[in-house]
Design a protein around this ligand. Structure first.
Ligand code: PLP
Length: 423
C-alpha cells in the first residue's frame, strides 16, 4: 500500500515536471506576449489557426532574406539551395507521418486543396452513376462539398454516417453503410466543431474489409497527436501546416503510391510534366505530377521548421497537458447556468464548443473579445453539425499546449460576466 502511494506520488511529480516543460514552450510564441483591448491576450482559437513559434517565423524570413529563388529549375547556387531546403521538408513530412516513400508526400495549399485533389482526380476515375461516397455527419465543409460536387456530376449518392448525441460515430451504423456501392470513405480524424476523436484505425480496417479506400482529414489531428499513416493504414491523409504551428497557404496530401500512380493530374502546367509538345504531354513522376506551378516555397520551408519544432517537444506530454486543460475548462463551464456543451464524446481533443441559453454565441464572442480573449463563434464550417444539434451556431474555445489554466480562469470569469450582462 505504502509502495503504491510512493509510486503514485512519484508519477504525479513526473507528470507535473512534464507539464512544466510543455508550459515552458509558451515563450517561443512571440504573438502571445501582446495585449488586446488593454488585457493580456488569451488565444483560444487554435482550431482555426495556431500561433507560430519564433523558429518558424525566423526560417520563413531567412528563406526570403537569404535563399529566395525558384526551385527545381535552376542550376545556380540559390535555386539549388532553395530546392534542397524545400525537398528536405518533404523528407521531414515523410518521417512525421511515417509514410513509406517521399513520393507519397504531395505539397498542396492545405487540407481543402488536398481533399479537392483526391475528389477531382481519384474521385472522378472511380465514382460512377449509382455509386456512393461515404462521409460522416461531423465533417468540415471542405470534406463535404468536393464530394457533393463529384456525386452531382456523376449521378452518385453522398451517404452520411450519423452521430449520436455525444457527437460520436456508432460503428454499427457505419458498418451498415459500407456496401458494394461505396467507392470511398472520407472521414475526419478529429472534429473541429465537436472535438471528437474518431476511431479511425478501426474505421479504415472496416472499410478495407470491403475493399473501400479511405481518406482521413487530419487538419485537427496533426497539431495534437502522433499520426502514423502506415499504422492507420489509410489511403489518403491531409493536413494544413497553419494549424500545426506552421505558415498559412501550405499543407500536405499523403497518398499510397499505388493509388497516386494511377490517378490523373489535378492541375496542370509547369513542373508536373516530363515533356510537352503540341501533340502530347508526358506527365512527371510522383510526387511532381500533382505539383503544378511554383509552390509556396517560403511556406513549405516554414512548415519544415514547424515539424522540427514539433519533433523537439514531447507529443505524449503535450497531448496529456492539453487533455488536462480541456478537463479543467469542462469542469469550469459546468458551473455556468444555462451553458450546454456541444460535443461530449468520450475521446476528445482540446475543443470546447458550447451554447448559453438565451445568448447568441456572437455576443459571447464580442464580450470575450473586450476582455482580450479570442474564441470562435459561428458554425465552424460545419453547418450540418449545427443542424444535428439544433443550434444555429456555437461558441468554441480550442486550446493548444501554450495555453494555461490561468488563462482558462480568465475565460471562465468572463463567461460569468457574459451571463450577468446578457442573460
Ligand atoms: N478539416 C477540418 C477538420 C478543419 O478543421 C479545417 C479547418 O478548420 C479544414 C478541414 C480546412 O482546413 P484549411 O482551411 O486549412 O484548408
Amino acid at each position: 500500500m505504502h509502495t503504491t502511494t510512493v509510486q503514485s506520488s512519484q508519477a504525479n511529480q513526473d507528470l507535473l515536471e512534464r507539464f512544466e516543460a510543455v508550459r515552458g514552450c509558451r515563450h517561443h510564441f512571440p504573438l502571445l506576449r501582446q495585449r488586446v483591448n488593454g488585457k493580456p491576450l488569451v488565444y483560444f482559437d487554435n482550431a482555426a489557426t495556431s500561433q507560430k513559434p519564433q523558429v518558424v517565423i525566423d526560417a520563413t524570413l531567412r528563406y526570403y532574406e537569404e535563399e529566395n529563388s525558384n526551385i527545381h529549375r535552376g542550376v545556380h547556387y540559390l535555386s539549388e539551395r532553395a530546392t534542397q531546403a524545400y525537398e528536405g521538408v518533404r523528407v521531414k513530412v515523410q518521417h512525421l507521418l511515417n509514410a513509406a516513400h517521399q513520393r507519397e508526400i504531395i505539397f498542396v495549399r492545405g487540407t481543402t486543396e488536398g481533399i479537392n485533389l483526391v475528389a477531382y482526380s481519384y474521385g472522378r476515375t472511380i465514382v460512377g452513376a449509382g455509386d456512393e461516397v461515404l462521409i460522416s455527419a461531423m465533417e468540415h465543409h471542405s470534406n463535404i462539398v468536393p464530394w457533393q460536387i463529384l456525386c452531382e456530376e456523376k449521378g452518385a449518392k453522398l451517404r452520411v454516417i450519423p452521430i449520436n448525441d455525444r457527437g460520436e460515430i456508432e460503428l454499427a451504423d457505419y458498418e451498415k453503410l459500407l456496401t458494394s456501392r461505396t467507392k470511398i470513405v472520407a472521414l475526419t480524424h478529429v472534429s473541429n466543431a465537436l472535438g471528437t476523436i474518431n476511431p479511425v484505425k478501426t474505421m479504415v480496417a472496416m472499410a478495407h474489409a470491403h475493399g473501400i479506400p479511405v481518406l482521413l482529414d487530419g487538419a485537427q489531428a496533426v497539431p495534437h497527436m502522433k499520426v502514423d499513416v502506415r499504422d492507420l493504414d489509410c489511403d489518403f491523409y491531409v493536413f494544413s501546416a497553419h494549424k500545426a504551428f506552421g505558415p498559412t497557404g501550405v499543407g500536405i496530401l499523403y497518398g499510397v503510391t499505388k493509388l497516386l500512380d494511377a490517378m490523373p493530374p489535378y492541375q496542370s502546367g509547369g513542373d508536373m510534366i516530363k515533356s510537352v509538345t503540341f501533340e502530347k504531354t508526358i506527365y512527371n513522376d510522383l510526387p511532381y505530377k500533382f505539383e503544378a506551378g511554383t509552390p509556396n516555397i517560403g511556406g513549405g520551408i516554414g512548415m519544415g521548421a514547424a515539424i522540427d519544432y514539433i519533433n523537439e517537444i514531447d507529443l505524449a506530454s503535450l497531448a496529456e497537458y492539453e487533455h488536462e486543460l480541456l478537463a479543467y475548462a469542462t469542469r469550469g463551464v459546468a458551473e455556468i447556468p444555462g451553458l450546454r456543451i456541444i460535443g461530449t464524446a468520450r475521446e476528445k481533443a482540446s475543443v470546447l464548443s458550447f451554447v448559453i441559453d438565451g445568448i447568441h454565441p456572437h455576443d459571447i464572442g464580442t464580450i470575450l473579445d473586450d476582455e482580450g480573449i479570442a474564441i470562435r463563434t459561428g458554425h465552424h464550417c460545419a453547418q450540418p453539425v449545427m443542424q444535428r444539434f439544433g443550434v444555429p451556431a456555437t461558441a468554441r474555445a480550442s486550446f493548444a499546449f501554450y495555453n494555461t489554466k490561468e488563462e482558462i480562469d480568465v475565460f471562465l470569469a468572463a463567461l460569468h460576466r457574459v451571463r450577468e450582462v446578457l442573460a
